[in-house]
Every structure is written in structure tokens, then in C-alpha cells.
Ligand binder design. Sequence first.
Ligand code: DC
Length: 219
Amino acid sequence: MIIAIDGPEASGKGTVAKLIAKKYNLRHLDSGLLYRLTGVPLIGQKFNNNAEFEAQAIKAAGQINAAQLDSPPEIARTMQGGVMASKVAVIPQVRDILTAIQKNIAKQKPGAVIDGRDIGTVVFPNAELKFWVTASIESRASRRFAEYQAKGRSDSLAAVSQAIAERDHRDSSRAASPMVRAQDAHLIETSKLSIEGVVEALSVFIDAKLADLKGSSQN
Ligand code: DC
């Protein structure tokens, strides 16, 4: 069973993916973390040109291993980590390497809930279930802003909102596997929902699919 959960930054997809995996005893794979881990060694480095940047990013992707997902360095989860992830994510060779890792992890039993940008369109186009989890830019910016404040960071709401808009633009306008809703993904708008509400909304579809699969295995 593969459940693909795609959507933009701060839509709540990561939190909901983790909770859904726990509820249905599936593995959770945060594909964004693979892009973040690829970007980490490049943070703070100077590159003479784009070709140099791309070569370093491809090399970093080649050195990723699944075990790193369990204990990522703190910088991977920061705004800086997210921006670098989004920059390495435009490189097709990086995407190929990280897509292969995702396929490898998810094919292990009992299946997985994977959150990202291109899971339902490119990585697992045949996933049993696909969701597109999104929210207004205002809600997403206030969520991130509250998170950063709790961590003692002083970024203004306007700066957080602008950073999200820039990342949305880069992720959705790139040529290689752009962030886009799969035609058969269920749309979940989370602006006015609590996290429990989002889990509930996805569970309705998952329970129906499980009943369906059970029914067809008995026939
Ligand atoms: O989900 P996240 O914020 O951790 O993702 C960080 C960046 O990684 C995101 O801005 C774009 C890239 N990414 C991607 O291109 N494809 C994915 N499946 C997941 C993330």
C-alpha cells in the first residue's frame, strides 16, 4: 500500500503523513528530507558557476543513504535548509538519484506514506491513494511564523510569507517533476482544519480504499 501526500510548503502534509503512517501501521517517508540532506553540504559554499553547483549537488545526492533520514543534522530542517533543498531539487540527475532511494524504501513491506511534491505524479504514479494537501498562503505563513517564534527566531511574518511564495514558485516552475496536483489526487484544503481534522479527512478515503481492497481480495 502506497499513500502519496503531495502539497506545498507548510500545508501540514508532513505532520499528517506521520500521523497517518502511525494510524495505519505503514512506514513514513519524508521525501523532502532527502532533498534537504542533499543540500546541507552545499550550504555556505561558494560556486564559480552553475555547473559547479550542479556537480556538487549530484555528488552529495550520490552520498545519501537511508540511515541519515533517522538523525538529520539540525540545519536540514531550517529555512536555509529548505531553500537549498529547493535549489538542488531543480537538477534532474539529483531527482533521479533521490527517486531511486524513495522507490527502494517504499517497496519494503508493509508499504509507506510518502510526502513530497512529485510523489503522486512521478515517483509513485500508481499509488493506491493520492492526496493533494494545501492551504492558503496566509495560513501557511502564520503556521511557519508561529513555529519560528516558538524556536526563538525573529523573522517577520512578511519575510516568512515571501520565502514561502518564492519556494512555491521555484518548486512549481521547474522543468523536472514540478510540484503539481496529480489528476487523481484527493484535494484536502487545510486552512480551516485542525491537524486531527486533516487526519480525519484523509482517513475517510483510506478506510474506503482498505474496505475496497479487502472486498476484492475476498472475491
Ligand atoms: O517538503 P520540504 O519542505 O521538506 O521540501 C524541501 C524542498 O525539497 C522543496 O522545496 C522542494 C524539494 N522537494 C522536491 O522537489 N520533491 C519532493 N518530493 C520533496 C521535496
